[in-house]
Ligand binder design. Structure first.
Ligand code: NAP
Ligand code: MG
Length: 500
């Protein structure tokens, strides 16, 4: 079913969604399979009900998927031209849009997020991302080099590089943008000519499973795209499989460190997109009209469950009182409720476990001396957390240093630019940051001082397929998007030709 109008509630759950939920299956070697490890429940965070039972991928399932991916590299897929890969990827993008409303509803049901975000971000931008990456499949190129090798005397040399697909990619994704994260990994891998085994988060496997069906329908040869569902143990089995040539992971820093350590046992290339604790720095001269988007998009986009969420707000003294009053007013006005109603701006967090985590962080923040500024009620059934702003938080406490990953932010005053930069950088993370000011000279002076993979100016939390995305410090290794994303999936081979 074609994607619905972003700000209109669906007219009930689509019958296609209901049918899909009856028996979602993994995709291994072009076959829909149930898996050998039993099954697990996927829940609807809006009310805690069970949505579907999904296969628990076993070590044997992982093995079959990796072997299928290897065989596809050596078979039909490995022999395809870039143009043929482009065509298949464009077909898949079309199928995502054609089945857009079904995918969007599935995403809202499993993740809890607004149907508007599901339609615009998960579905529409995933289709665009596939199209963007499809274009790169025909533009892979090496270089030629003049070399100065002089032995044996009289021999001449020319060197050039070939860019070759790295091989079988293990892709492991988190629950906060399930379809988006799937496509951010699968699309550049396919453009580069790799094959993929994807393991989505156990909370949100449904759209990745539906994506796999659509990949098969698009005509990708068997084994090119495989999706295995399961928990962290399934992910770990994939990471340690000797047939995997490359690992790409998005998730927490804690799990990223484990995966990186495991990858080094066999010196596998690894890309890690990890956690964040992004600062938003509001200077005296900022346009205060921007506090609306700063709150809705910067702080509380996806109910604060974004790796770049503006979780630490720093406000210059001259506007502190006014900015805090405005942020409180805007936050208090946000509608809280289920994602299927696009009027709701704060939706349930993803799971019971995450609900407990966010609430624990709030309680700990108060115990550590921070002052909650709001007292907002949230619906009792489902995993709803009311948005909260904290003043007086100490920089060495958990609420300032650790990811809450929910609708919670701290607000701290500062006086000078030097103070603001020191505060902004006072974290082990370095994924995103933003500076809010009308002074271009200040922007150009301060941007180089901010330790973050992306620095937004007068905006926050908005990625683009052509703009490198990734982390400084413990927020990760490597960059996604743009040509950098392609490089993650290519090996460079130098060829040195002697002639006389
Ligand atoms: P997570 O707990 O790290 O899990 C991420 C994925 O890794 C899941 O599929 C998980 O499986 C799997 N996994 C867990 N243990 C594993 C192991 N030992 N070996 C292999 N795989 C394993 O993260 P999450 O809670 O899903 O997502 C939230 C985190 O993601 C936050 O820290 C957020 O900042 C980060 N994130 C970062 C970015 C970015 O681009 N930098 C983007 C989005 C999210 P199960 O969950 O099924 O156990
Ligand atoms: Mg998890």
């Amino acid at each position: 079913m074609r994607i619905g109008i972003p700000d209109q509630a669906p007219d009930g759950i689509s019958p296609d969604v209901t049918a899909f939920l009856k028996a979602p299956q993994m995709l291994i070697n072009g076959q829909s399979v149930g898996g050998e490890g039993g099954s697990f429940d996927v829940f609807n965070p809006a009310d805690g009900s069970v949505l579907a039972q999904v296969p628990s991928g076993s070590e044997a399932d992982v093995d079959r998927a990796v072997l299928a991916a290897k065989a596809a590299m050596a078979g039909a897929w490995g022999g395809m031209s870039g143009a043929e890969r482009t065509r298949l990827m464009l077909k898949l993008a079309d199928l995502i849009e054609e089945n857009g409303e079904e995918l969007a509803q599935l995403e809202t049901l499993e993740n809890g997020k607004s149907i508007m975000l599901s339609r615009l971000v998960e579905v529409a931008s995933s289709a665009e991302y596939l199209r963007y990456m499809a274009g790169w499949a025909t533009k892979i190129r090496g270089e030629t080099f003049d070399v100065s090798i002089s032995v044996p005397p009289g021999t001449r040399y020319t060197a050039y590089t070939r860019k070759e697909p790295v091989g079988v990619v293990a892709a492991i994704t988190p629950w906060n943008f399930p379809l988006n994260m799937c496509v951010w990994k699968v699309a550049p891998a396919l453009a580069a000519g790799c094959t993929v085994v994807l393991k989505p988060a156990e909370e949100t496997p449904l759209t990745s499973l539906r994506f796999a069906e659509l990949a098969r329908e698009a005509g990708f040869p068997d084994g090119v795209v495989n999706v295995i569902t399961g928990d962290g143990a399934t992910g770990a089995a994939l990471v340690r499989h000797p047939g995997v040539d490359k690992i790409t992971f998005t998730g927490s820093t804690e799990v990223g460190k484990k995966i990186g350590t495991q990858a080094m046992q066999t010196v596998k290339p690894v890309t890690l997109e990890l956690g964040g604790k992004a600062p938003m720095v509001f200077f005296d001269d900022m346009d205060l009209n921007l506090l609306g988007p700063a709150t809705g998009i910067g702080m509380f986009f996806n109910s604060g469950q974004t790796c770049c969420a503006g979780a630490r707000i720093y406000v210059q003294k001259g506007i502190y009182e006014e900015a805090v009053a405005t942020l409180k007013a805007i936050t208090s006005s946000l509608a809280i409720g289920e994602g299927m109603n696009p009027a709701n701006q704060i939706n349930p967090v993803v799971s019971a476990k995450h609900f407990d985590h966010v609430n624990r962080m709030i309680t700990q923040g108060i115990a550590d001396g921070a002052t909650p500024l709001l007292d907002i009620a949230a619906p009792k059934q489902g995993y709803y957390v009311a948005p909260q702003l904290f003043a007086d938080a100490r920089s060495d406490t958990a609420i300032m240093q650790d990811e809450v990953f929910g609708p919670v932010a701290t607000i701290t005053p500062f006086e000078t630019e030097e103070e603001a930069i020191a505060m902004a950088n006072d974290t082990r993370y370095g994924l995103g940051a933003s500076l809010w000011t009308r002074d271009i000279n200040r922007v150009m002076k301060l941007v180089p001082q901010v330790q973050a993979g992306t620095v937004w100016v007068n905006s926050h939390n908005i990625p683009d397929q052509n703009m490198p995305f990734g982390g400084f410090k413990q927020s990760g290794i490597g960059r996604e998007h743009g040509t950098g994303a392609l490089d993650n999936y290519l090996e460079t081979k130098s060829v040195c030709v002697a002639y006389t």
